[in-house]
Design a protein around this ligand. Structure first.
Ligand code: SF4
Length: 322
């Protein structure tokens, strides 16, 4: 049993952008102190890339950088094994192996806390895994249950803030972001750890806002809408997060609610390559909403990205005017 007040580190990478309020509230409810890694820097990308297998996608390399950043700041690191977050779907296989990657990344890594999140298991098995994990902090089941229900409430509030137009970081920090009054709205689709990490995305969302563009993202659309849109595919997508990305882009294209869609994808990501094909095929059918794919890797440069985005915005404005 870990003692109360144990400092648990949460890497500010990968599913942090999806589940941080859930995880933080749960851990605090169990009596842990929570520390989060620094936001991504060039140095973290370099240290992560140096220890990671070369063929891994950029977000996983960045995740390594965050683990190393936390190594000396926490007694234990929280690296859950997220297998499935809804019935009939899985997450990317990389998420299943993260705790093992974390343990192997450095011989002096602190303890890795790796609760399993698997929606395909029964409710009974879920609660038994929850109690097993919580017993590392307390023997009282009531404390574990209370911490979990508070965590679920925090996650629901987080989801609602995003549906009102906040990015995950704004929702976490409690910043209200009223929509910009603009002649142009762009939908940004992609994995949250790519589009919201200011370093990885080269600060794409804030740059667009700075240029007077209204930005909407996948997380700002209610889950039932994403689900309904993704159901238009002839076969259900195997991966939950990718299904949401497809659902958001289909929603914008079909409704014509945005002037253009930017799809941000990682080099060396298998699921992203599949989504790209699906989105391009949909964009050909919905000719009114142009689609631009923006591939990012550890060598992506700001100047090249700015040129491409500016050209895309010019093209969208030209289309509107003509
Ligand atoms: S979905 Fe793609 S980018 Fe995300 S962890 Fe898996 S391989 Fe990497």
């Amino acid at each position: 049993v870990l003692i109360l007040g144990t400092t648990v580190g949460i890497p500010q990478a990968l599913l942090y952008y999806k589940y941080f309020p859930l995880w933080e509230t749960f851990l605090k409810g169990l009596g842990a102190e929570v520390v989060v890694s620094h936001s991504t820097t060039k140095r973290m990308v370099n240290t992560g890339t140096a220890v990671a297998e070369n063929e891994l996608c950029l977000p996983v390399k960045v995740f390594y950088g965050h683990l190393l950043d936390l190594k000396d700041k926490a007694d234990a690191l929280f690296v859950p094994r997220v297998i499935s977050v809804e019935k009939h779907s899985y997450t990317c296989p990389k998420f299943l192996g993260l705790p093992d990657l974390a343990r192997a990344s450095d011989s002096e890594m602190p303890a890795i806390l790796d609760p399993v999140f698997n929606s395909r298991q029964s409710i009974r098995s879920f609660y038994s895994s929850l109690f097993e994990f919580g017993s590392s902090f307390t023997n009282k089941k009531s404390v574990i249950l209370k911490a979990w229900f508070h965590a679920v409430n925090a996650q629901t509030a987080f989801q609602k803030r995003m549906e009102l137009g906040a990015t995950p970081l704004e929702a976490i920090e409690g910043i209200n972001t009223p929509p910009i009054k603009s002649d142009l709205t762009i939908g940004i689709a992609g994995h949250p750890y790519n589009i919201y990490d200011p370093y990885i995305s080269l600060n794409l969302i804030n740059k667009l806002r700075h240029w007077g563009v209204n930005v909407v993202t996948t997380e700002m659309i209610p889950p039932h809408t994403l689900e309904r849109e993704a159901e238009r595919l002839p076969k259900r997508l195997f991966w939950s997060f990718e299904k949401d990305v497809v659902g958001s882009a289909f929603h914008w294209m079909r409704k014509g609610s945005v002037d253009g869609v930017v799809y941000v994808l990682s080099f060396a990501c298998g699921p992203d390559s599949l989504i790209q094909v699906l989105l391009e095929s949909e964009a050909k059918k919905c000719k009114d909403v142009p689609l631009m794919a923006l591939v990012i890797d550890e060598h992506s440069g700001e100047a090249g990205m700015i040129t491409r985005i500016e050209a895309f915005i010019d093209m969208l404005r030209w289309r509107k005017q003509s």
